[in-house]
Ligand binder design. Structure first.
Ligand code: ARG
Length: 582
């Protein structure tokens, strides 16, 4: 694979060493896409930094690098500009060769990363409790990151840290006993989790007798009482049926094998507490075993504890997270551990990671990272709620998305047959919800806006899907015209719009690497939107089916093919399907 950008970087490296001496052979020439065509296609920015190191004027250093640069077959122009930039313009031949290289490559130029085992903790809804939009974001973001990291070449381990343990299970089990096992299982598996949870909670608050039973039940359950465990398992299994309906609907990769729920760590909690105590990290404070990681204080400046064991002898959320961290690091042998969890849990996770470092479970070669995200807001800029003020059920939201998409698709393309329309509506509706979530900087809150996310114009899922389908329709027309669509011809890059498109298509490698590193899927969204825009300009300025001759037509069809594949692959990495027609 000869990616001209990689080749240029390599040649510039050699030129730097040639110009300044072998001790500079490792210097990064800092090659970036130029901001404007008059600065060439790429710009190398290293001369200014190097000039300081060698004590020579930057333009002189840049000139020396250019003099040593072997860019013969790659560049048509190399110029020193401004305070010491090197502007590089790729030759038409180099671009054509690069496009041919992309066409022949299933990975579209994306070089495999140095393989690491990456554990990703995401989704993590709670048993017998409705998934809210926060779980939606975790599930969608996590799924996209898992796909990108896997494609980048990593060994990804998915972990669904389901909340299935803790004190609420006393009241949930007693409520199940009250209404009967069959009815409880029915309610939970069809997704009436809010009703179930609320009834249990209401009884717990109002009825001291029920509350007493619930407390006793927790003790029994945590003591390993077989009858209580059986009832608890009913809650778990019925909720799982519902969660799987949602995952199916969303089209995410999570399966039952990825479930490593809180209860999984139960047998390890005492061990974790003992280890922290033995290492001198945990101390008894007011009857509870606590760790006080340095640097965390409450509002009054008092050290903030992570409670390892309550004075009652029970363990909680924090201990479970420590056990999970230890398991992921030492047993799963992770090289990187990601937590796709909402921003409100930032302090909790930072404390967990700090204790993990103190205990030696984490280190520079096996870091843990919180991948936080903001909230979804309604038009009123408050938390997104239904009109009645309840939090929005994820499954209802997806139903509405598909329904709205069906109307849009029917309007845009009345000729689609009914089964195709239904399938397309589902891909467009779900794709729109996912894309809206992924396209905004994840750390920021965003406003949930049906009209904007379903629009066929702008930086939206439907727009990109439509751009892809439109290119596929060019091929259908090419075939129907009898002149043949495939195989596309040899690429020739002559028009400015062709150049711009090929340069844009060459950027997939860089953006995939950037997302795998920064864990910001919105960068991939921006990239794909730019691909679609570059294609639109190309399609306006360079006739494809009415090209002047067969060779140009073949070349342009090849660029169409490459664009369609890039869009489909990129959307696929976001977990979004690209239908061939819509
Ligand atoms: N179940 C938790 C919640 O709904 C999220 C768990 C996140 N993962 C973790 N390892 N703490 O808030």
């Amino acid at each position: 694979m000869h990616n001209p950008v990689a080749l240029l970087t390599e040649r510039l490296r050699a030129a730097v060493a040639g110009a300044l001496g072998p001790e500079f052979a490792g210097a990064d020439p800092v090659v970036r896409r130029s901001a404007q065509p008059r600065f060439g296609d790429f710009q190398a920015n290293a001369a200014m930094a190097l000039a300081k190191q060698v004590g020579r004027p930057p333009r002189e250093v840049a000139a020396a690098i250019v003099e040593h640069l072997d860019a013969g077959e790659l560049c048509s122009a190399v110029e020193v500009a401004g305070p010491g930039f090197i502007n590089l313009t790729l030759s038409a031949d180099a671009l054509a060769r690069a496009a041919a290289g992309l066409l022949a490559d299933d990975r579209l130029g994306v070089a495999p990363a140095e393989r690491r085992r990456v554990v990703v903790d995401y989704s993590a809804p709670n048993v017998a409790k409705e998934m809210h939009v926060g779980h939606l974001r975790s599930t969608i973001l996590g799924d996209a990151l898992v796909r990108v990291l896997h494609f980048a070449g990593h060994d990804v381990v998915r972990q669904n840290h389901l909340g299935d343990w803790g004190t609420p299970f006393g009241m949930l089990i007693e409520h199940l006993v009250d209404i009967g096992e069959q009815e409880a299982v029915r309610e939970l598996s069809v997704g009436d989790l809010t009703g179930f949870y609320k009834q249990a909670r209401d009884k717990f608050d109002a009825d001291p007798d029920f509350a007493g039973r619930a407390r006793q039940r927790v003790v029994l359950l945590q003591g390993g009482d077989e009858a209580s465990l059986r009832l608890w398992r009913l809650l778990f299994e019925a909720s799982k049926v519902y969660f799987n309906t949602v995952y199916d609907r969303l089209g995410v990769l999570l399966t039952d094998d990825d479930i490593a729920p809180e209860s999984f760590y139960n047998p390890r909690l005492a061990e974790v507490a003992a280890e922290l105590e033995a290492k001198g990290l945990a101390v008894v404070d007011d009857g509870a075993l606590c760790v006080f990681p340095p640097g965390f204080t409450n509002r009054d400046g008092q050290p903030l504890p992570l409670i390892i064991r309550y004075s009652t002898g029970g363990y909680g959320y924090a201990t479970t997270d420590l056990a999970a961290l230890r398991y992921r690091s030492l047993e799963l042998q992770a090289g990187r551990i990601l937590y796709v969890v909402g921003a409100p849990q930032a302090t909790h996770l930072a404390m967990i990671f700090e204790v993990g470092r103190m205990a030696g479970w984490l280190g520079p070669d096996r870091p843990a990272e919180h991948v936080p995200f903001g909230s979804i807001l309604g038009q009123d800029r408050k938390m997104y709620k239904t009109r009645s003020g309840d939090s929005v059920r994820l499954i209802d939201l997806l139903d509405e998305a598909v329904e709205r998409a069906a109307a849009k698709v029917a309007e845009a393309n009345p000729d689609l047959d009914a089964p195709t329309r239904e399938r397309v509506a589902s891909l467009v509706g779900i794709g729109a919800v996912k894309y809206a979530d992924l396209a905004s900087d994840r750390i920021k809150d965003y406003v949930f806006d049906w009209d904007r996310m379903l629009a066929f114009e702008g930086n939206t899922g439907p727009y990109l899907q439509y751009a892809h389908a439109r290119i596929r329709s060019i091929f259908r027309r090419a075939e129907a015209s009898g002149a043949g669509g495939r195989p596309p011809g040899e690429v020739v890059v002559s028009e400015p719009a062709e150049r711009a498109l090929v340069l844009q298509l060459l950027g997939l490698d860089e953006v995939v690497a950037a997302v795998a590193e920064s864990l910001q899927p919105h960068r991939l969204c921006t990239y794909l939107f730019e691909v679609a825009s570059a294609f639109t300009t190309f399609y306006e300025q360079c006739p494809v089916l009415r090209a002047p001759d067969a060779a140009v037509r073949g070349s342009r069809l090849a660029l169409c093919e490459l664009t369609a594949r890039t869009l489909a692959l990129g959307l696929g990495l976001l977990g979004i399907d690209a239908p061939d027609r819509m």
